[in-house]
Design a protein around this ligand. Sequence first.
Ligand SMILES: Cc1ncc(C[n+]2csc(CCOP(=O)(O)OP(=O)(O)O)c2C)c(N)n1
Ligand SMILES: [Mg+2]
Length: 489
Amino acid sequence: MAILWRRSRNIANRIRKCMNKGFMGCAVVNQSCWSSTFQSSSLSNLRPVPYQNSRYLRSLPWSRAALFSVLRSKSTVAEKQLDSFFSSDSDDDHRSLDFPGGKVTYTSEMNFITESSRMRVPCYRVLDDNGELIMGGDFQQVGKDVAVKMYSDMVTLQIMDNIFYEAQRQGRISFYLTSTGEEAISIASAAALTEQDIILPQYREPGVLLWRGFTLQEFANQCFGNNADYGKGRQMPIHYGSKKHNFITISSPIATQLPQAAGIAYSLKMDNKKACVVSYIGDGGTSEGDFHAGLNFAAVMEAPVIFFCRNNGWAISTNISEQFRSDGIVVKGRAYGIRSIRVDGNDALAIYSAVSAAREMAINEQRAILIEALTYRVGHHSTSDDSTKYRELDEIDYWKMARNPVNRFRKWVQNNGWWSEQQETEVRNSIRKQLLQAIQVAEKTEKPPLTELFSDVYDHPTSNLQEQEKQLRETISRHPKDYPSDVSV
Ligand SMILES: Cc1ncc(C[n+]2csc(CCOP(=O)(O)OP(=O)(O)O)c2C)c(N)n1
Ligand SMILES: [Mg+2]
């Protein structure tokens, strides 16, 4: 009892401290109006590039790039010239430099741009910590059916996480990774998209697949790597993928999905599709070179892609304070000319609204958008990690209890009269039963045969692959007892 009391007092202290400190030690102002956090597009007036016939400009190397650009798929909004901000066609040419990309005004003051603004970028939210709507906020309405599906899917995700995590601990699957604390992000963002939008995940977004109808059996088949797994058992558990659901298979090397996302979005643009690409990434992933390449490509090619960054405070054991010195990730969008917003990642309604608005802009204006969601990884990084070795239990408990995204959304759904205690019990029991059944089936289903290990990459296996297969078969015949009996040779 005394331990319990001390623990809850610790949590209360932690909550008080965190309320003052904000996100990971820094105050971030909550804001309930998304439209003002998107950087205004009013700067993007269209103006003809001055002096485009000048011999001087044509002689510059970048004029070749400009020539090439006519081959690109056109933006629906066309090129933007930032110099319109200072626009005046009059006689002030001596006060500005006509530079490719737009005019740059001269100044005689030696001002370095500061490394950070005094105020951190505010965080858009719709629901307060108690699940109540914040008055006067700007948000997209969510009706009963969508809200109930969102909540049920969050519950399903929680149950999946608990049971698969336990299955890994029992040695039945080799690896697992939970979405605990981040359930609202994948579910609410998926709810705001259409099935035509193409998803390139990092790995902590199974909720998107769940929303799109990937079944519990399909999740179990992948984790058990059986014959029914679309990856034919060649990937680690949680590396889901589904052509039917426009969900590109997860690949472990982080951030590789971002340049690919820019490319896929560009192909949607060329085909005049009314769809966008959504690529997820973690805070740690933003330190990869591919993050920068992906954003720059998408901005320059005006590709309809939403980069969704889950800033959950940690990249395995690396805290964000050791990851970057910027005000999170949201400010990085501007450096690439990408419109950006910071959202409360534990507020499902804020995520839904921001993604709906971002999708509309991405498609209608043919542009990239960056969303940074502030959240927290409540679970260990994966089953290969023990996060209590590098972070305070109080910190974990604070996010698990006081900032729980599922409980917050449930309060809102319940206050609308759309959910009851009885539904809660029924749904939890039913999902649990269905999942245990799916695991039993997945476990009993045969594994893909050994030959599948060498197929599907080359039309004809290369000589080194043939050599490897021969060596493997020799090893198995020498040590048959070390080879799993449920995989046919
Ligand atoms: C290119 C690459 N470098 C390193 C790793 C090892 N690694 C796996 S997950 C991870 C941390 C990623 O953290 P973050 O992007 O914040 O995602 P989170 O796990 O918090 O969801 C690292 C470094 C990797 N998989 N790929
Ligand atoms: Mg992270």
